[in-house]
Design a protein around this ligand. Structure first.
Ligand code: COI
Length: 368
């Protein structure tokens, strides 16, 4: 199958510089979109074809389009950063492309070649480069590649037509409070994913399933929900849209150890999660993947050996956890303040992403 080349059909009416600058002054998260999008079609027998960069616009879908009924949909999230010299680079796009292929496989969708995924992201960022926020702040350009089943019909089967798209949105802090610690509700009855299910695929259904538990967390006064495993209701998995890390030993003289739950098949393999294993080692910490139970979390926080907890993801970067609640118990992490290890890891990762620290792992993908 040949790799499509993206045909450029740019907008005759992009937003004015002044309108764009007004948005970039306070972008929020996921509220504004750039002037363009990329679309690539797939049909059975023909494969991937008709790659285009076109003005950002609504899609027109038949009401019987299969994605609207059976949720055959997958997505990704990655960011483009402005560097000190004004150039732009994305962070590890091949990791997102590879995960997109794994998600496609799980949802019985066609796999987009890694190079086509990257070509599509590059085309959009290059065209809408003026939308990448200035160097120096927290902001970046968030890219949202996704794929939907576009066959029309109500039969339950893998579709014979798909549409891949990339849209882009200038992004500030994911949480309205910025890097302020968030509070977590540990749900001991709702589960996010089951063994053999699709918890390790990045598909909309997992996020839809998280909304009720998230609303229950909000009713308990918490910002985010934390899921446990679906079998024993004991092992920490992840938050609604982020992985978790536990920091041991930061308050003692020993070397800090950061621990993230082992990928169990029902945990999303986060790119930030993976990157932090390496960044932590670069900073001289130990970094391990291990099962962590909710009882251990509570006990080790109360006895002071577990000093910090943080959530991580592309959208939220690293967000400290301040308060944790579960049925019948509540405790604070690092006095409810961002911990030292959390803060150092966050800074080290952002420095690589923004081009102010050496990219010794070769993670940055410069454009143009
Ligand atoms: C991300 O961190 O990129 C995510 O996908 C989480 C959320 C915005 C869905």
């Amino acid at each position: 199958m040949t790799t499509p080349t993206i045909e450029l059909k740019p907008s005759a009416h992009p937003l004015s510089d002044a309108e764009r600058e007004a948005i970039l002054a306070n972008p929020g998260f996921g509220r504004h979109f750039t002037d363009h999008m990329v679309t690539i079609k797939w049909t059975e027998g023909r494969g991937w074809h008709d790659g285009q960069l076109v003005p950002y616009a609504p899609l027109s879908l038949d009401p019987a389009t299969t994605v609207l009924h059976y949720a055959q949909e997958i997505f990704e999230g990655l960011k483009a950063y402005r560097r000190p010299d004004g150039s732009v680079a994305t962070f590890r796009p091949e990791k997102n492309a590879e995960r997109f292929q794994r998600s496609a496989k799980r949802l019985a969708m066609p796999e987009l070649p890694v190079e086509t995924f990257i070509e599509a992201c590059d085309a959009l960022v290059t065209q809408d480069k003026a939308w990448v926020p200035a160097h120096g702040g927290e902001e970046s350009l968030y890219l949202r590649p996704f794929m939907i089943a576009t066959e029309v019909g109500l039969g339950v089967k893998p579709a014979n037509e798909y549409l891949f798209l990339v849209i882009a949105s200038p992004a500030g802090a994911y949480f309205p409070g910025g890097v302020k610690p968030v509070s977590i509700w540990v749900s001991e009855d709702r589960v996010r994913a089951v063994p053999g299910g699709m918890g390790d695929a990045k598909t909309g259904g997992n996020y839809a399933a998280s909304l009720l538990a998230q609303a229950e967390a909000a009713a308990k006064g918490c910002d985010q929900v934390c899921y446990l495993d679906a079998v024993e209701h004991k092992w920490v998995e992840e938050l609604g849209g982020m992985n978790l890390y536990f920091v041991y030993g930061a308050a003692s003289n020993s070397k800090p150890v950061i621990v993230t739950p082992t990928l169990s098949g029902s945990i999303l393999e986060g790119v930030t999660r993976d990157s932090l294993l390496a960044v932590a080692r670069d900073l001289g910490y130990d970094a391990v993947e291990e099962r962590v139970s909710v009882d251990q979390w509570q006990r080790d926080s109360e006895n002071g050996s577990l000093t910090e907890v943080f959530a991580c993801g592309t959208a939220a970067v690293i967000t400290p956890v301040g308060t944790v609640k579960r049925a019948g118990a509540e405790w604070r992490q690092s006095g409810g303040e961002p911990g030292e290890v959390t803060t150092r890891l966050r800074q080290a990762l952002l420095d690589i992403q923004r081009g102010t620290a050496e990219d010794k792992h070769g993670w940055m993908h410069p454009l143009g």
